[in-house]
Design a protein around this ligand. Sequence first.
Ligand code: SF4
Length: 298
Amino acid sequence: MNSTTITPTVTVPDAAAPALGDKDFAAPTGRASGVGTGGLEVSALDRGSRLEQMRAGTLGSIHSWELVTAVDGPGTRMTVFFAGCPLRCLYCHNPDTLKMKNGESVTSEELLHRIKRYKAVFNATGGGLTISGGEVLMQPAFAATILAGAKELGIHTTIDTSGFLGSACTDAMLENIDLVLLDVKSGNPETYKKVTGRELQPTLDFGRRLADKDVEIWIRFVLVPGLTDDPANIETIADYAASLSSVTRVEVLAFHQMGRDKWASLGMKYELEDTLPPTAEEVERVRDQFRARGLTVY
Ligand code: SF4
């Protein structure tokens, strides 16, 4: 996942939905994750059965879910945060989503049942389902089942992904995805490695494939002073974004420190302790770099 500086409107439609607390803020790692799996029945299975069902795509590991407006895609969305991520972004605001084993086991039937309940809300607002994380493509079989199920229900679908595991996204899955929020964390491979611990190329390849298949893309970029803000780095991302014919929006997301405490509570070393958020002028400078390519920028 990545982040947004747009403050979401959170809608809690019934008593079974999770109450939102400190995660109800715009975070540089994407929407900060929801507060839990409230309202979803959790499956208790032995390890063997769990793995078998996960491979079959009928069981997933879910960190949380929530209903939001103005983030994670158009309209009001049910955003489901899958557990597990292969990246280790220095600015991750959801380090509690990084391990798949820390999620709750939820069946595809249960999750789709919950998604279906909000169809009228989605229809009224032009919204839909967004699968985020963690990393949605850590659980490709489950993601495929949920996306196909949502499309069968006539619901708009979005995934929020770093693209690092893009090769796990089959062409059949792509047919069930209306929009990809592609988190491009750097245009410079060395900086990408420093930020995420991984290689940049799979993300670039995935974006190219999406454009070739004409799947709509919103590029998301987190501006972190002293880490990702080199103008040459931004130029590279802007050139890349402009080269993808299906990019309809770029979101420049300002780093902030609201996720810092999670790192400490998980006993993880947080390396951006002293990093300040970018100024409004810095954010505008970066947005202008994208606008200079004729891109629509938020
Ligand atoms: S580590 Fe994973 S969940 Fe955290 S910001 Fe990076 S891609 Fe997103």
